[in-house]
Structures are given as structure tokens and as C-alpha cells.
Design a protein around this ligand. Structure first.
Ligand code: FAD
Length: 508
């Protein structure tokens, strides 16, 4: 006897076959691009986090946007629609790009027939690149540099897709000065949840444009993004300064973040025994002797230090750059003798993490926690979370990022969520790496952090959010929830898209 799941598959594929041979179909070969074999299903069932497995019934390898449009329409026409998730590079950590029992769209397939990156100039817009949503940022960078151009806002890691990061926000050390990646997009092509391919921008279908930016894939699948480009500098002066005092570290960060003539990039991190100065984010910044020196200071300071990281870009014609950087750090209050500098080509700096592709070992898990927190509460957070939980438990295994962001560079009308009411907020990234069998230890630490914040009234927002219950999503969106819901009803009324985010779709 067929169980309900088998019946669903039969209904689902009967529908697909029926519709795909229909003479009205624009993509009569859709069924040929759908795969249900174990390799296809396995590749779409887990992600970088390696914490959850959620298997789709099929994976679509689209040869064009039409295939995706057709798939979304098919789902809409089913009595019970099936979930559809665009999978960019699968670098989510908690199944956000999964479609349990539905169809995952392998976005990379859209780029298989040649590059979908076109660099242009327009009198009104300046330089920009039209880029397929499936493209990796590393390829956008390389294509721009061929013309002496580059985007201004980045992520630390460049092997992420344009559609994937624009669905979140896309942050890195440039965001304080240029805004997140979602603040540097001029136009999008989007396949909405009701199956329409729509171009949108600030001036055209603006509600869809704003909904999709930071929209966690809930309103449409981005098939093209028009990204702002600027003239690219050629080199980067890259500096790390070590602090033994949290309050000096953060006030120096804030001073630099709000300084228009300061660096082009500003980040920071927390150094502990389990989160050493050199890590996968830039393996070779410190020489072995520098590392030994920092380790001594770490011991002397009770096992915790803070590292401020800044970069000033320049071109070879700027002979003054050395002085500019010295001036910038002259009054900062790092530990004397603990400033470290490098001078590298722009590409080497932006691509400092390189590719981690060989590293996603089957047994390795990444129970990451990324938070935004209001500036006014960072001292409380430091005492309750950084010192009392992270440092004392000493369980962290991986980089701990901590740096400020400037809220004025974020457009409040997009779907992205940041702490309200304060001009500066901080981001914490706990980028744990562990064996799968030990991931519960870090999950437990993450849970404790969230509980402590709630108990102490620290108004955090999760970045790359993950919640179990609808009430938590409602709280996460706060004053944006009503708009978020209304936009969902308008652009994806049958709740088909990105079910792995589990905002509107029950947990399965
Ligand atoms: P996926 O994981 O494939 O998808 C993520 C979500 O977006 C899913 O819901 C999916 O359905 C949806 N989606 C994917 N493509 C599209 C599309 N074209 N249209 C609409 N929705 C889509 N983030 C930062 O901001 N800054 C960083 O510095 C940073 N560094 C990272 C480093 C590493 C090693 C990793 C693993 C992640 C990092 N991230 C960072 C997080 C990253 O931005 C997100 O996980 C992002 O979603 C990954 O992109 P992806 O292409 O792999 O998306």
C-alpha cells in the first residue's frame, strides 16, 4: 500500500510530466532537467553547516530562467504546492537552502552555458555589472578587475553566490563605509513565488525589490543582479592591532567606523586559546615569531585579547600611503609594540580566505551563531557572554568576529533586520568548526548565549537567522513582521519558496 509520501511523489511527478508535455508549456523538457537519483538528492540534502539533512524529492538543473518559471508555475497549479528552494552554493549552516519533500533548484546550472557577468557603464548609473544570481563573488571580482573595476561591498569569503548573500545582507569589513551588499544593488530580475519573472529596482516594482533584498529567499528567486562597481584600487595596506582592553578596542573601532577619511575596511576579532590569531580567515597573516609574541601576551592577559583589523586601499601612484596609515593608527590605544602590517595586492586581500571547497569534510560540522547587538549593550554582552560563557567555558573552536556596523548605511525598507534605534550596532560571528559528533557542545553554548541575552534584556538580532518557532520569527522581525507577511501574501501566496528557512512552513 502506498504511504502518503509515496502518493505525494506520484502526484507530484504525474503533474510534472503532464504539464511538461502540455503544448502550452514554455519548457517542454522540464522533466529531463529534474533528477531524482541518489547523487542528485544527496548533493541537495545538506549544506556547509552539516548539522541537518533534509532531502528533496527532486533537483532541478535549469538550463534557463524559463525552466525555473515553469517549475514555480507547476507548483502553483498543484492542489498541494511543493516547496522550491534556490540553492546557491549551499553555504548555509542550517538547511536554509533545503526543500524537504520538494524541489531544490541547482542555481549553478544557469551559469553552465558560459559566463553571465556583463560589465557596463551608463551616464546615469556609472559603472555596474549585470550578474547571474548563481554567480560566485570571486568571479564577479575577477570579471570586474579585467576592466579595472570592482564592487565595493564584500563578504569575507568569496565562494558564495550573489543570490545567496543578497538574500541575507552580505557583510564584511567594508560594510561600515559602503553598507552591506544589499545597499549596493541597482536592479534585480526575480522569479516570484507566483511564477512571474519581474525586473525591479528602486524606481520599478520597488516593493518587490526591497522585499527580496535580505528576504531570505521568501519572495522570489534572484536570477540577475545589477551590482554597483567603482574604480578598483590595486593594493591594500593591511593592519592588525592587538588590545588587552575591550572598552579601548571597541571605542577605537567606533572612532574608525564613523571616520569618513579612515580605512576602507574595518573588522575585529576576539583571540582566545581556542580561537588563535591565525585561522582559516587568513592563514598566513602572522609569522611564527609574531604568533609566539601574541601567545605570550595572551597568557599574561588571562587568556583573552582583542584584535582590530583595518585596511586602507591605494594605487601605486599614492606614495603617501605609508604616512596615511601611520596617521590613522597614531592615537589608537592598542598594546604598544603590537601592531602588525602587510602590504598585498587587492585580489589577495579580498580573496584572503581562498576556497574552502576541499575542507567540507563529511565529519566536520559548523554550528555557527551570528548576532547583531546594539552598541549601548556591548559592555553587558562582553561581561555576560564573552567573558562569562565563551571565555570561561573555552569551548569555542574557530574565529570569533566582533566589529561595528553603521546603521545609516542600511536601508530600513529592505527585509534585512538589524537592531533598531542606534546608529552603531555590532556583529558577533562565532564560527565554530567541530566534529559532527561533538556539535551538540557548541549548540548548547549557542543556546546558553541566546538565553543569557534574553535574561539580561540584551536586544540581539540573529544574522543568517534560524528559529524553531513562528513566535520567534515574529519577534525577530519586530516592527517589520506585518510588512514581511503582507509581502509574502503578495509575491508567494502559496508559500512555495525557500521552505528551509521555516518561517511560513512547518518544521518537517
Ligand atoms: P545558499 O546557502 O545556497 O542559500 C541561502 C538562502 O538563500 C536559502 O534560503 C536559499 O534558498 C536562498 N537563495 C539562494 N540563492 C538564491 C537566489 N538566487 N535567489 C533567492 N534566494 C536564493 N555572510 C556574510 O554576510 N559575510 C561573510 O563574510 C560570510 N562569510 C561566510 C563564510 C563561509 C565559509 C560561509 C560558509 C558562509 C559565510 N557567510 C557570510 C554566510 C553566507 O552569506 C550565507 O550562508 C549565504 O546564504 C551563502 O550563500 P550561498 O550562495 O551558499 O546560499
Amino acid at each position: 500500500m502506498a504511504n502518503s509520501s509515496t502518493k505525494l511523489i506520484i502526484l507530484f511527478f504525474t503533474t510534472i510530466i503532464t504539464f511538461s508535455i502540455s503544448p502550452t508549456s514554455n519548457a517542454p523538457d522540464l522533466d529531463l532537467r529534474l533528477r531524482t537519483d541518489p547523487d542528485a538528492i544527496r548533493s541537495a540534502s545538506s549544506d556547509y553547516g552539516n548539522l541537518v539533512k533534509r532531502s528533496p524529492h527532486a533537483v532541478l538543473y535549469p538550463s534557463s530562467e524559463n525552466d525555473v518559471v515553469e517549475l514555480v508555475r507547476l507548483s502553483n497549479e498543484c492542489p498541494t504546492p511543493f516547496g522550491i528552494a534556490a540553492r546557491g552554493h549551499g553555504h548555509s549552516v542550517r538547511g536554509q537552502a533545503a526543500a524537504h519533500g520538494g524541489v531544490v533548484v541547482d542555481m549553478a546550472s544557469l551559469g553552465r552555458n558560459g559566463s553571465r557577468i556583463r560589465v557596463s557603464w551608463d551616464e546615469a548609473l556609472g559603472y555596474y555589472a549585470d550578474v547571474g544570481g548563481e554567480q560566485l563573488w570571486i568571479d564577479v571580482l575577477r570579471a570586474g578587475l579585467e576592466h579595472g573595476l570592482a564592487p565595493v561591498s564584500w563578504t569575507d569569503y568569496l565562494y558564495l553566490t550573489v543570490g545567496g548573500t543578497l538574500s541575507n545582507a552580505g557583510i564584511s569589513g567594508q560594510s561600515s563605509f559602503y553598507g552591506p551588499q544589499i545597499s549596493n544593488v541597482l536592479q534585480l530580475d526575480v522569479i516570484t513565488g507566483n511564477g512571474y519573472l519581474v525586473s525591479c529596482s528602486e524606481g520599478m516594482n520597488s516593493e518587490l525589490f526591497l522585499a527580496v533584498l535580505g528576504g531570505l529567499g521568501q519572495f522570489g528567486i534572484i536570477t540577475r543582479a545589477r551590482i554597483v562597481l567603482h574604480k578598483a584600487p590595486t593594493r591594500a595596506k593591511w593592519v592588525r592591532l592587538i588590545y588587552d582592553d575591550f572598552s579601548m578596542f571597541t571605542s577605537d573601532q567606533e572612532h574608525l567606523a564613523m571616520n569618513g577619511n579612515g580605512p576602507n575596511y574595518l573588522e575585529g576579532s576576539i583571540i582566545t586559546d581556542k580561537s588563535p590569531p591565525n585561522n582559516w580567515r587568513s592563514t598566513s597573516f602572522y609569522s611564527p615569531s609574531h604568533q609566539t609574541k601574541i601567545q605570550f601576551l595572551l597568557k599574561a592577559n588571562g587568556g583573552i585579547l582583542y584584535s582590530l583589523e583595518l585596511v586602507k586601499y591605494y594605487t601605486a601612484t599614492n606614495t603617501n600611503i605609508h604616512k596615511e596609515v601611520e596617521l590613522m593608527i597614531k592615537d589608537l590605544r592598542f598594546v604598544p609594540g603590537f601592531s602588525f602590517k602587510k602590504d598585498v595586492p587587492l585580489l589577495d586581500f579580498l580573496n584572503r580566505v581562498g576556497s574552502l571547497e576541499g575542507d567540507d569534510k563529511e565529519e566536520e560540522a559548523h554550528p555557527w551563531l551570528n548576532l547583531f547587538l546594539p552598541k549601548s549593550q556591548i559592555m553587558d554582552f562582553h561581561a555576560a557572554v564573552i567573558l562569562n560563557l565563551i571565555h570561561t567555558q573555552n569551548q569555542t573552536s574557530g574565529p570569533i568576529l566582533f566589529y561595528p556596523l553603521n546603521r545609516q548605511k542600511w536601508d530600513d525598507r529592505t527585509s534585512a533586520v538589524v537592531p533598531e534605534d542606534e546608529d552603531i550596532f555590532y556583529t558577533l560571528g562565532l564560527l565554530h568548526s567541530t566534529k559532527r559528533s561533538e556539535s551538540h557542545v557548541f549548540e548548547n553554548l549557542n543556546k546558553q548565549i541566546l538565553e543569557v541575552c534574553q535574561r539580561k534584556g540584551i536586544r540581539i538580532k540573529q544574522y543568517l537567522p534560524h528559529y524553531e518557532y513562528k513566535e520567534d520569527w515574529v519577534q525577530h522581525y519586530g516592527s517589520k513582521w506585518t510588512t514581511f507577511q503582507e509581502r509574502k501574501a503578495k509575491y508567494d501566496p502559496r508559500m512555495i519558496l525557500s521552505p528551509g528557512q521555516r518561517i511560513f512552513t512547518p518544521v518537517m
